[in-house]
Structures are given as structure tokens and as C-alpha cells.
Design a protein around this ligand. Structure first.
Ligand SMILES: *[C@@H]1O[C@H](CO)[C@@H](O)[C@H](O)[C@H]1NC(C)=O
Ligand SMILES: *[C@@H]1O[C@H](CO)[C@@H](O)[C@H](O)[C@H]1NC(C)=O
Length: 725
């Protein structure tokens, strides 16, 4: 009895933490339902009905014998695409730069709730591929930055939030889809260790969070298409990670009927024969393949079972709303506030020489075309395929229709007038006009941007990926011209990823650099709260801002991506090569200061390989807490503020060559003036392990681990050792 009690207590703790998922019960229901389905109904469940035939980007047929209405699958990762009356939340990259687990989860829940309210079953997000091998990668902004741990936590929280709200999440794009250039033919060749420790890691965390579905990508992996790659789909996803949901293709990423089915693909989308390759499943092909025994009936039954299990798991079998067509308004005031909170708390203050927060300046000049809304209309470019006006998201299928846009110039002007300042706005990127607007103002706020997106749209000669890491529209020249005449120049950057700031970062007249990222619909409202000090900025960079493009050590590839830099992307590369960044991974200033004290390290870890039955995410012992590290943070400055305490780990020398330090914990803590709090990092066995290529398993190495805690990857205030026998 007593044991049973303990077990229940432990189980409820797990479900309180995450989306409560009972796969066994869902499978039992799915298997019962399977027995009632005709072969035609089964075939209808596993394939899209064809492009444009249905309310969503992807639609599957109903199976009336079990009261199954079919699935409606819709983009995308920052909100429901192609619908009005929804919230255009900040993209994933902004959520990651909040480093706030609760906020990231709430954002997921907001997206999931709107998905459900519209009767859509599957929202096609979140994104962990691309992870961010290349800073120029066109779709990096849809995901959560290029550190697998930060991305992994963000995946876990977002999947949990979406599914808690009742929608099915779809983790994408699996895997090795790191660039837009030639994504339909690219061959990704990733060594097994790099694969596990970087690119697979966040997908494993999504599986751990019981994600309902995973989307396979367009590219090849080691010569085999991702959507017919038995090693990727069956061996790794389903067997090694214990994924019990279904794999769905990216749209038109299927190349064969039989091989894809036998490799572990469970659903094909959208069900139209684009390429004329006759590889579909819904036009007799899969039916024939099963009849000919090229695809076992058991494989088709497994596809169906997985799809139905995900449907039961998320409780979509009872009382799920019908698909809403036509107008609707599912956005609440709470959603708007949430969108603002993510936008605001993801703002990273990079430089501040006694100018922010603003205190009633007499006059403010707002400068740049990106300070105002696109004059042709905030949604005038299809899928946001232009960089005109205030930048709120990148372009492509990962966008949503803006219900409104709080433009920076509007929000600042309105606040400035309340504070008695005069404001002029010069919505031009012309250096001469910028300088002439700035020269007589107390403060000049200059807006610059960089944009990227999906390869089916080319914007100003950038075919998805960025051509370079410079600000667009001669932004550097504009900043220099303004700073040349104004001693209080504030630069606000809206960008999909890092840009090079060297041409102006050290100019004495550039008093502040505010990295406002990609803020979604609440752009201006969020920015004002930081500029005026309603809140202290608390975002931290989810990537490094280097001094030169070559400092990242990677560049977009032509036909084969060998991932030859291995584990060394972003800060791992700069640390290894002793390259000083402009602003390091994890960096971000505040209006207050924080003191770190009292590092404490306790560990029960034992060296050796991970063991235990496979649970969602991998071998069960990977998720045991084996070390607890605490530190005390004190707000030692003048105003309340939140600090993101970060924990970095260096592996002992008994492990194969490993990055100097890797993020393995973070905790965001709000503190009043003078207040102290203890932050706790619970390290799982996985967090202390490396992937052992020979043994094909995670191994926790023996020896001394270096534990570092601080405010960024280079501001490591506390350090200690942890020895594992
Ligand atoms: C990738 O690796 C293969 C095999 O070693 C080699 O032939 C090819 O040249 C490499 N490609 C690039 C772009 O480095
Ligand atoms: C910060 O902590 C150190 C101990 O590490 C202490 O000596 C110092 O006084 C503290 N500073 C503030 C401002 O609290």
C-alpha cells in the first residue's frame, strides 16, 4: 500500500509538470477503434485528401464507423496561419530569448487554445529544425535558438502548452534541414555524436513532452530522404526515443509509396501528386502495395493506430469544436497581454551608457522606415514576404496574419506625449534625412532590421537564407549618420538572427543598443515598456552576436552539408577558438545589477551508460535527477528586475573532446530591490552525459565536471567542481 502511494505521488508530480499523457490508455482505445475500420477508412486516415480540398493546409478523411471526423492540420509555429481574429504571437526565437519557462509554456497554450477554438486539430509547430547551424539560415527565427538545451526546454514547454490546451503539436522539421538553399535536394551528413548532442536533442525533449506528431523534412540524411529514412524514423525516433505518435511528411516531401511506408512514415501530406511521381498513398498506390504485400498490413495498421492514439491522447475524441470556416475572433485580451509579455521579456539590452530608461527627454527623433507600419498595409505582402515597415516576424509558412500591429513609432509617440516630450518621426532610411531629423533632438531612436524566411519567396535577393549578416537598407550607414550629429543615439534592432554591429557598436554617441528581436503584433507596446523602464529588460541572447561572419565557423552549403564543424557551432566554436564575440550567447543587460553567491553542488551521479526501459525521450535513467546545484542571486541595484541565471557544464577529461562549456540549466528569477533568492538547477543524467558513438548510448563520464553559474556564457560569476566516481 505504502509503495503504491509513493508511486501515485510521483506520477502526479510528473503530470503536474507536463501535459498529462496516458499513451497506454490512448493505444487501448486506438486498437479497439482499429478493429472497426474498413480498409478504405484506414487508407483515408493516413493520407491528405489533396491540396486545397478542405479547411486547412492538410486534411484527412473522416471515418464514420468510429465517429472520427478526420484531421485538419494547419501552420504554424507562432499562431494559426491564414486566419483572421487570431494572435500573431512573437516567433519562437523571441520566446527563447525570454528564457522564461512559464512564459514559453503560456505562449504554447495560447496558440493551442486558438487552434482548438477554430476546430483545427494539429498546429504545425514548434520548430527545432533548423536548430541554427548557420546564422544565415532562413527559418532559424521560427525555432528557439541554436543551443540544444535552450531549444529543448522551449520545445518541451511549447509542446506541453499546446497539448494542454487540447490541440496536437507537431515538432518539425525532422531533421538536418538547416538551410533553405537547395533544401529539397540537400544531403545532410551528420556524425552520430553531433546528431545526438545537438540536432536530435530538442526533438528528444519534444518526444519526452509526449508530442503527438513529428514532421519529416525535405532533405536527405546520409543519402536517404528524411521521409523514407528507416534509420531516422524507425530506429531513432520510434525505437531509441520511444516516440508513440505519428510521423507526417512536410508538404510534398514524400518520394516513394513503399519505401516511405516501410521506413516508418505514418501520414503523407497534402495528398496531391505535385511532382507527377505517382508516389501517393491515396490513389490506389498504398492499397495496391498492401495487397501485393510490399507493405505489410501490420504497417498500415500501425500508422492508423499511431494517428488515432494521438487523437485520443489529446482527448480530441470528445467535444472537440467543429472546424470554423469564415470569420471568427478567438483572440482574448489575455492573449494580447501574453503576446506583449513575450515580446517585452524577450527584448535584450545590449548596450546602455546612462541613457535608458528614458526620463522625459524634451525632444525625441524617431528615425527609419522600420519604425512605422508598412504603408501599404501590415498584411500586404503574402506570407510577410517583404521587409517593409516595422518587422514583426520573418517570411514564409511560419507566419500568421497580423490582427493589428503596434508600430514602434506610434507607441513611442503616444508615450512621449504623455511625458511631455515633442516627437518627430522620419520614416526614411536615407542617411541625410536621418541626420537632419536627429541633429536638434535630445534623443534619436534609430530602427534597423534584418529579415529572412522560407525559400519559396525571395525578398530583396535573399532566397530564404540571408545573403549576409549585415543590417538591411543601409542600416549601418543610417546609424552612423545619426550618431554623427546626436550624442544620445539609441539603436533598436528588429532581426531574425544575429547581425554584425561592429560599424557602430563602439561609437560613443551610440549610447544604447536595444535588441528587440522579432516581437509579433505587440512590437511597439512591448518596446515602450522597456525604453521607459516600466520593467527592467530581462531577455538574454539565444545566439552569439559575433564580430565577423567568419567567427561562426559555418557557412551555407551547396549540395552536401557534412556538418564538419561537429559540436562546435555558435558559442561552442568561439569558446574553442578563443574568439571574442561582440555580445556572447546568454548576454543581456538590466536596469539593475545582480550578485551571485553561495554555489552549492550535490551529486548522486555514478559514471557509466544510461540504463532502463525506453520511455518517451529515451532510456528512462536519462531523466533521473543526479545532481542539484543551487546559488543565491541578489538584486543589488536600484530597481526591481528579473535575472536569468545560467548553468554551464564542462565534462571531465575522460570524455571525448567536448566543448569548453555547454548550457545545462537556467532559471529566471524576479527580484525586488535588495531581495535575494536561491535558484536551483536540477541536472538529469542526460545533462551530464555524452553520446558514445561506439556503444551507441549515452554515457556519464567519470572525473571532475566544471560547474559554472552566471549571467551569460562569459559572465561566469561562480564556479566549482563536481566529481563523479
Ligand atoms: C563532404 O564529405 C564527402 C565525403 O568525405 C566529401 O567527398 C565532400 O567533398 C564533402 N563536401 C564538402 C562540401 O565538404
Ligand atoms: C556580492 O557578493 C560578494 C560575495 O561574493 C560580497 O562580497 C559583496 O559585498 C556583494 N555585493 C553586493 C552589492 O551585494
Amino acid at each position: 500500500m505504502r509503495n503504491q502511494f509513493l508511486f501515485l505521488a510521483a506520477a502526479s508530480l510528473v503530470s503536474a509538470q507536463g501535459f498529462s499523457a496516458d499513451w497506454d490508455a490512448a493505444y487501448t482505445k486506438a486498437k479497439t477503434a482499429l478493429g472497426k475500420l474498413s480498409q478504405n477508412e484506414k487508407l483515408g486516415l493516413v493520407s491528405g485528401v489533396g491540396w486545397g480540398k478542405g479547411a486547412c493546409a492538410g486534411n484527412t478523411a473522416a471515418a464514420n464507423s468510429i465517429g472520427y471526423g478526420g484531421l485538419c492540420l494547419q501552420d504554424g509555429p507562432l499562431g494559426v496561419r491564414d486566419r483572421t481574429g487570431i494572435t500573431a504571437f512573437p516567433p519562437g526565437i523571441q520566446a527563447a530569448s525570454t528564457w522564461d519557462r512559464d512564459l514559453i509554456r503560456q505562449r504554447g497554450k495560447g496558440i493551442g487554445a486558438q487552434t482548438k477554438a477554430l476546430g483545427i486539430h494539429v498546429i504545425l509547430g514548434p520548430v527545432a529544425g533548423p536548430l541554427g547551424q548557420f546564422p544565415e539560415g532562413g527559418r532559424n527565427w521560427e525555432g528557439f535558438g541554436n543551443d540544444p538545451y535552450l531549444c529543448g526546454v522551449s520545445m518541451e514547454q511549447t509542446v506541453g502548452g499546446i497539448q494542454e490546451a487540447g490541440a496536437q503539436a507537431c515538432a518539425k522539421h525532422y531533421i538536418g534541414n538547416e538551410q533553405e538553399k537547395n533544401r529539397d535536394t540537400m544531403n545532410a551528413v551528420i556524425d552520430d555524436r553531433t546528431f545526438h548532442e545537438l540536432y536530435l536533442w530538442p526533438f528528444a525533449e519534444a518526444v519526452r513532452a509526449n508530442v503527438a506528431s513529428i514532421m519529416c523534412s525535405y532533405n536527405k540524411i546520409s543519402g536517404k530522404w528524411a521521409c523514407e529514412n528507416q534509420q531516422m524514423l524507425d530506429a531513432i525516433l520510434k525505437k531509441e526515443l520511444g516516440f508513440r505518435g505519428y510521423v507526417v511528411t512536410d508538404w510534398d516531401a514524400q518520394h516513394t509509396t513503399v519505401d516511405s511506408a516501410n521506413a516508418g512514415l505514418d501520414m503523407t501530406m497534402p495528398g496531391s501528386n505535385y511532382g507527377g511521381m505517382n508516389v501517393l498513398w491515396n490513389n490506389g498506390q498504398l492499397s495496391n502495395a498492401v495487397n501485393n504485400r510490399q507493405v505489410p498490413q501490420a504497417r498500415l495498421d500501425d500508422m492508423v493506430t499511431r494517428i488515432l492514439a494521438a487523437w485520443y491522447l489529446t482527448k480530441q475524441d470528445s467535444g472537440y469544436p467543429r472546424v470554423v470556416t469564415g470569420g471568427s475572433n478567438v483572440q482574448t485580451t489575455a492573449d494580447k497581454n501574453l503576446a506583449k509579455a513575450v515580446a517585452r521579456d524577450g527584448i535584450v539590452l545590449l548596450k546602455n551608457e546612462d541613457i535608458l530608461p528614458l526620463v522625459k527627454p524634451r525632444s525625441i527623433a524617431i528615425i527609419g522606415s522600420h519604425a512605422v507600419s508598412n504603408p501599404r498595409g501590415i498584411n500586404s505582402c503574402g506570407d510577410m514576404g517583404c521587409n517593409t515597415g516595422a518587422l514583426s516576424m520573418g517570411w514564409g509558412s511560419g507566419t500568421a496574419t497580423l490582427p493589428y500591429l503596434s508600430a514602434p513609432a506610434d507607441a513611442i509617440s503616444s508615450r512621449a506625449r504623455q511625458e511631455g516630450s515633442t516627437v518627430t518621426t522620419t520614416a526614411s532610411d536615407n542617411s541625410y534625412q536621418g541626420a537632419s531629423a536627429a541633429q536638434n533632438a535630445d534623443v534619436a531612436i534609430v530602427f534597423i532590421t534584418a529579415d529572412s524566411g522560407e525559400e519559396y519567396i525571395t525578398v530583396e535577393n535573399n532566397k530564404g537564407d540571408r545573403n549576409d549578416l549585415n543590417a538591411w537598407h543601409a542600416g549601418n550607414e543610417l546609424v552612423k549618420a545619426v550618431a554623427n550629429v546626436n550624442r544620445n543615439t539609441i539603436v533598436v534592432v528588429h532581426s531574425v538572427g544575429p547581425i554584425l554591429l561592429e560599424s557602430f557598436a563602439d561609437l560613443p554617441n551610440v549610447k544604447a543598443i536595444v535588441w528587440a528581436g522579432l516581437p509579433g503584433q505587440e512590437s511597439g507596446n512591448a518596446l515602450v515598456e522597456v525604453l521607459y523602464g516600466d520593467v527592467s529588460p530581462s531577455g538574454k541572447l539565444p545566439y552569439t552576436i559575433a564580430k565577423r561572419a567568419s567567427d561562426y565557423g559555418t557557412s551555407i552549403q551547396a549540395t552536401t552539408d557534412n556538418f564538419s564543424e561537429g559540436l562546435y557551432i555558435d558559442y561552442r566554436y568561439l569558446d574553442k577558438n578563443n574568439i571574442a564575440p561582440r555580445y556572447e550567447f546568454g548576454f543581456g543587460l538590466s536596469y539593475t545589477t545582480f550578485n551571485y553567491t553561495a554555489l552549492s553542488i550535490t551529486s548522486t551521479a555514478t559514471s557509466g551508460p544510461a540504463t532502463g526501459a525506453t520511455v518517451p525521450g529515451g532510456a528512462s535513467s536519462l531523466f533521473d535527477t543526479v545532481a542539484t546545484i543551487t546559488a543565491t542571486i541578489t538584486n543589488s541595484g536600484p530597481v526591481p528586475g528579473a535575472e536569468v541565471a545560467q548553468l554551464y557544464l564542462g565534462l571531465p577529461s575522460s570524455a571525448p573532446a567536448t566543448p569548453v562549456r555547454q548550457l545545462r540549466g537556467f532559471e529566471k528569477q524576479m527580484l525586488q530591490v535588495g531581495e535575494s533568492a536561491s535558484v536551483t538547477f536540477e541536472l538529469r543524467r542526460k545533462d551530464l552525459s555524452y553520446w558514445d558513438v561506439g556503444g551507441k548510448r549515452w554515457v556519464l563520464p567519470a572525473g571532475s565536471f566544471r560547474v559554472e553559474v552566471g549571467g551569460s556564457s562569459r559572465d561566469l560569476r561562480l564556479s566549482g567542481m563536481m566529481t563523479v566516481a
